[in-house]
Design a protein around this ligand. Structure first.
Ligand SMILES: C[S@@+](CC[C@H](N)C(=O)[O-])C[C@H]1O[C@@H](n2cnc3c(N)ncnc32)[C@H](O)[C@@H]1O
Length: 274
């Protein structure tokens, strides 16, 4: 079942939260000249037109990235801002998803691995990175691809997993997949996104991931009161950069305007070994 299309949601508060953290993690890894591998297992199409019918239908970008666009931008997120402007222009007409964000930030010596199962989304992504020799594309169920991809030859890098969670079992399956992958690559940085929904199905995922290693970070951005629909965005990073928790705490005021009935709140919890 592949009915989810990220075009309806691109640039929403969850993308803001997820991509801000992704940009910080990549920025940290890029401080060393050694090559790194960036593996995006639910890649999506790459870029999203914020003026098309899908974006207009939900108006989610208007309540997300566009709410922050004209406010002062923190220096910590300067590189992400530069990519947003490069792709979307001064008025942010288009929004770069995770593959384009990584492609713009990474260097000549780095490797990009993109996996996307939806045929139409995969086609658009393939076209957008066609001339990028660093990019390697796959069209497989992400949790089947994962064990074949880690550890990467570079021994440095990050795996991003942000499924649409269309089926209830996906929470437990993702946790199990990451658990196995961490055994194969214990020093790898794994980023797992999840939605905060009233049913709180994410708990099984969170409990399992946090128990895997004390080197973890949890961040949850809460924008609503939990009454109905997605009221927040969660991210767990295993083997996070040691600076990430402090950086996110500094950024909390930046996310505040994303709140629906009041300021959004950002929870940041670092594990005992961070
Ligand atoms: C939340 S979207 C990804 C957004 C993207 N990573 C970004 O941040 O810009 C999830 C994507 O996963 C794809 N997908 C769904 N199930 C999948 C699976 N089992 N394996 C790989 N991709 C899948 C969907 O087609 C969709 O494009």
């Amino acid at each position: 079942m592949l009915s989810y299309q990220h075009g309806y949601h691109a640039g929403n508060f969850a993308d803001v939260h997820k991509h801000a953290i992704y940009a910080l993690v990549l920025d940290y890894l890029l401080a060393k000249p050694k090559p790194l591998a960036c593996m995006d297992l639910y890649a999506g199409r790459g870029a999203y037109d914020l003026r098309d019918a899908m974006a207009h239908k939900t108006g989610e970008a208007a309540q997300g990235i566009l709410k922050l666009w004209s406010q002062p931008w923190p220096e910590l997120l300067g590189k992400w801002r530069a990519v947003l402007e490069q792709v979307g222009g001064p008025n942010l007409r288009a929004y770069p998803g995770s593959p384009l964000l990584a492609a713009k930030l990474l260097r000549e010596q780095d490797r990009l691995v993109f996996n996307e199962l939806h045929p139409a989304e995969h086609r658009v992504l393939a076209e957008s990175v066609r001339y990028d020799s660093r990019a390697h594309l796959h069209k497989r169920p992400a949790l089947e691809a994962l064990p074949a991809l880690v550890p990467p030859v570079e021994k440095r890098g990050v795996v991003l997993l942000d499924p649409a969670y269309e089926v209830k079992t996906e929470y437990a399956e993702v946790a199990e997949g990451v658990s196995r992958a961490l055994r194969q690559w214990s020093s790898g940085t794994f980023m797992v996104w999840y939605p905060l929904l009233p049913e709180k199905r994410h708990r099984v995922l969170v409990d399992k991931l946090l128990a895997l290693t004390g080197r973890h970070l949890l961040s949850e951005l809460v924008v609503g009161n939990g009454g109905e629909g997605m009221y927040g965005s969660g991210m767990i990073v295993l083997n996070p950069p040691f600076v990430l928790a402090d950086q996110l705490r500094q950024l909390a005021p930046f996310f505040a305007p994303l709140g629906v009935d009041g300021p959004a709140t950002l929870r940041v919890e670092a594990g005992p070994e961070c």
